[in-house]
Unconditional design. Sequence first.
Lengths: 296, 440
Amino acid sequence: MTDDLVTAGVDVGSSAVKVAVLRSPDDRSAEVLALRADRIRRRDLKKVIGEAYPLALEEAGVAAADVAYAASTGEGELVEFRRGHFYGMTTHARGAVFLLPAARAVLDVGALHARAMRIDARSRVLAYRMTSQCASGSGQFLENVARYLGVTLEDVGPLSCKARRPEPVSSICAVLAETDVINMVSRGIQTADILKGIHESMAGRYVKLLRAIGAEGDVLVTGGLAADAGLAEAMREKVAEDGLTMSVHTHPHSIYAGALGAALWGAFRHRALERRGASRPDAPHPAEPERSATVG
Amino acid sequence: MRVFLGIDLGSTTTKAVILDPEGEVLGHGITNSRSNYEVASRIAREEARVQARFGLVRAALARDPALAGAGERFLPLMERRFRLRQHLAQLERLRAALHEAADDPRHRDRRSELDGLVERIVDEMARRARKHFGGLAVRKSDFFRDLAAADFMQLAERESDPKGIGFEEITALFDKAILPVENSPGEVPLERRIGEALDDALETAGPSLAEGAARLRAAVEAARSILLDESATVGTGYGRQRLPFPKEMVRSEILCHGLGAHILFPGTRTVLDIGGQDTKAIQVDADGIVGSFQMNDRCAAGCGRYLGYIADEMNLGVHELGPLAEQSTCRVKINSTCTVFAGAELRERLSLGQRREDILAGLHRAIVLRAMSLLARSGGISEEFTFTGGVARNPAAVAALEELVRENYGERTLNISPESIYTGALGAAWFARRSERLAA
């Protein structure tokens, strides 16, 4: 039991802060002690992080001093207590394989960007593609629309799944599409049909992204939008329509993929440092984990 | 009195202008746009009628030499009482809507806690409202939605408890409750509140007015009873197709902005209108007739909404941005084009310690640069050049525009009216007035 490590991952996104606390006996397995997501909504980011982390540790039943390695990912500069930082792509890949070992592609849909990655069984990133410098069809866009419709985010998916006649979204701009939505409401179009129309346009973009990297087989959707059942359903419909050999999965913990990945890489790096007998702070980072990784 | 009404239903705000038979502006009205266009245009119209009424009251007080001095002091007080009454009435509607939103199966366990929280928050909002509408108060916005949202978010953060009722749960109530409050008109027509405001103001100022109070009341009542008969109404703007008007009473935004700019500044040949969700570059002739135009295409970058989004990100009112940007000493170059990304870039730069004044200056230049390319495609900038739309009220945008016009076209007369946001509605009101003349 001497090797039992407690590590934490803090994934700072542009819309929410996610924390994962893990206990791992070795590099191959881990037990989730606590998961926590806090939405930022224009609050002070440092404060949100500062509140979320101790609450996650409390839930996990560990003291801050027991955490062998706290890692940040995403916009992690503000995580002052971090020991190291991992790039978002590697943490999402690692988190995805942890949640769904069969996953060979990951679609990380966050507030601003969507990122498709093709990965191997050891969560190495083989190819990737991101959406362009335009927020059309992003999570932030969907969130704005939901707010305008007076629908809470958890209701978006179930409502969309009930749609009968999805309304195509004509505008592509994330900001102007909001006014399109207002227009639809004033034309008497059902909320469910509006949401489904938006999900279909997003699904079209994301499936295109996955095709571009040659994704096949099991695809895990991670990031905040993975919890949106309407988006997943629209993606499955699009995949079937295009006759692709992909199966789109989500996981109840998909939103924590980045935080989980960071905690897992943290454990991995901690052990690597221990083996090298380095108890000093690892200021100069070793090579990017996906290149030196031997996690299976 | 026969009056003519123009309504400009924009994506962000809905504006109304009332003209008298001579084409003089009697009143302006503005409100934030919302999904129910009929309510938005109805409120803008009522606001314009209220302003027209206050204008008539002002004229009546000015005509009575015995009231001249007292009237000048009394009228602003009366207007503040009017705004406060209006705000408090909406707060009560919000309170009811919040309780209704709390009445949801998912809140079953803590319904009473939530109800108590709503009471505390709305009571405090009402206390703050009295400050918002005090004598020297500077408000971030005049719209109920903005004022209420800012107060509510702040109070929600104070009331939230990460282990009990969270911030998000409270704000979700607001998001749900504000919609019915905005999309149904209040029960009391705005013009009737003028009477209530008169009573309030007389009660406050009464002793200092002494026997003048009776004359004041008589003058106000007389001005209130003047009939404002809307002979014709023309609608324009983004939502014009949805306005409850006959087709022949609808005009395109391009025509209305061209004519409106011509009415404000008869020498106008080039018009730049930066509105909420589109930017227009228009060339007009000596009669205000449109020759050519260019509009931006389906992207919020370069529109007023761009700045609106940034203001939301920074928790500021949109009219606070310009004055802040003017304090910049070292302008930052913004790399993102997309509005949402520019918002993220802003947050990132702020967290890296860059000054918000400098970032804002960069954002203002970015929006004007987009407009410059639109102007070039529409045929350049001829003498005189008129800048309209909500963004024309932003001093930093104006300064950036002046600089770029000088660099690219040399010296040009730049016209900006303090009422520039009403340009489209003014053009529409003139079309209404003309239609009446043609029919006669």
